[in-house]
Design a binder for this molecule. Structure first.
Ligand SMILES: Nc1ncnc2c1ncn2[C@@H]1O[C@H](COP(=O)(O)OP(=O)(O)OP(=O)(O)O)[C@@H](O)[C@H]1O
Ligand SMILES: [Mg+2]
Length: 388
């Protein structure tokens, strides 16, 4: 497909078009066998697929050339209304997928091991989809620090790589981190990502507050003008804490709900004070690094590059020395906060997950629902107190 035919607002011309194309539902079904639904989000579903390597399939496109025996396919339906017109909802979903594809595609030439490899974007009359590397395992939580340490470094380096290329992820959380077969943590789901021109004076500036509540920096939660890179660093800090502890640092418990404005306000007021709740187990070096990454004042918060330079990574630092704060408990009286207006958040993202209805090509319809992507759904790994 040439760029002028592509869905989405003013898609920029792309030099290499053999990974972005239109085809028919039949050709898609000839090329990809849909094995099972492996994930679903607010905009569509993700399927494990097997390329069929049909030598008679027309066109030497990226789909025909897929060598791997398994690929992940993120897919949205292109539903039509009773007048055979595509609905606004459909247009919004395809636009979101197109934006996601545009960003991951620009990273293709010098891909980072912790960023999901993109293969192709395909539009058929019924579907729009992204094909990408299949990553078999969701990152677990309640993992010992020695085990998680190299994941953290790789993810920090991946986020630093994104920021240096003008990209912010905007939805970093354990549910968007998968492990490759080689045990490398990989950031997926660029549905909220943005790409800035590095030379622009407005690069990385935003006052929009979408994302997932527990991972939002205080300034982003409030919709204040902010540097989106610093918000990514905050979310990554919360994510690291959760991978070690099984809960985020500002949650009372992992059963706490954030379904009302009051609950969310209470939660965000805690983040503003930067006071971690309950107990945690990690080395002093890790705690210091996480406190730099989760400084409530964004000006004092470190960048991803700074975090990579932190003494924690020095070979002679003692990463496994127990933190002095192991037993700290901080259930503070909560202060009232000013209400915040939300323009778009993961909670507010449309829940449109349904499996691909390629019924005539051997697929079945199965409704699926997921409200808020909570890290609580992460698999837990026994801590065994190994970190200290
Ligand atoms: N490359 C992949 N390999 C294996 N599984 C994947 C892959 N990409 C995504 N998934 C699975 O599908 C789920 C949903 O994917 P993704 O996060 O991209 O969609 P989403 O619609 O943006 O979800 P949400 O808005 O809920 O975060 C992921 O949490 C993961 O479990
Ligand atoms: Mg996701």
């Amino acid at each position: 497909m040439d760029a002028s035919q592509a869905p989405g607002p003013n898609p920029s011309p792309q030099p290499d078009t053999n990974d972005v194309f239109h085809t028919t539902d039949k050709v898609l079904a000839d090329k990809l066998q849909f094995i099972e639904e492996i994930g679903f989000g607010n905009w569509g579903s993700v399927w494990l697929c097997r390329p069929r390597h049909n030598p008679r399939a027309p066109g030497a496109d990226e789909l025909s050339r897929l060598q791997s025996s398994r690929v992940a396919v993120k897919l949205v339906h292109r539903k039509k209304d009773e007048n055979e017109k595509r609905t606004a909802e459909t247009a919004a979903r395809v636009k979101s997928l197109w934006n996601e594809m545009k960003i991951v595609r620009t990273l293709k030439p010098d891909l980072h091991p912790s960023i999901v490899p993109f293969y192709s974007f395909v539009v058929t009359p019924s579907y729009a989809l992204i094909t990408m590397e299949y990553l078999p395992t969701l990152v677990p939580v309640e993992v010992s620090e020695p085990k998680a340490r190299h994941w953290f470094k790789s993810l920090l380096s991946g986020v630093d790589y994104l920021h240096k290329r003008g990209v912010v992820h905007n939805d970093i959380k354990p549910a968007n981190i998968l492990l490759s077969e080689k045990n490398v943590p990989v950031l997926v789901d660029f549905g909220f990502a943005e790409q800035y021109r590095l030379e622009s004076r407005k690069a990385f500036l935003s006052n929009i507050s979408y994302g997932t509540p527990e991972y939002l920096s205080p300034e982003r939660a409030r919709g204040l003008p902010h540097d989106t890179r610093k918000s990514d660093v905050w979310s990554l800090g919360v994510t690291f804490f959760e991978i070690l502890s099984g809960r985020t640092p500002f949650e009372n418990s992992d059963t706490e709900q954030f379904s009302t404005t009051e609950e969310l306000e209470r939660y965000w007021s805690r983040t503003l004070r930067g006071k971690w709740i309950g107990t945690w187990k990690m080395s002093r070096g890790m705690e210091k690094l996480l406190r730099r990454m989760m400084s409530p004042n964004a000006d004092l918060r470190c960048t991803a590059s700074d975090a990579l330079e932190d003494p924690y990574w020095l070979p002679d630092a003692h990463p496994h020395r127990r933190s002095a704060s192991d037993n700290s408990i901080a259930f503070e009286k909560e202060k009232p906060v000013t209400p915040v207006s939300w323009s778009r958040s993961t909670t507010a993202k449309e829940n449109a997950a349904s499996s691909p209805g390629l019924a005539s090509y051997g697929l079945t319809e199965s409704p699926s629902h997921r409200s808020l992507t909570r890290a609580k759904s992460q698999p837990k790994v026994a801590t065994r107190g190994a970190c200290c």
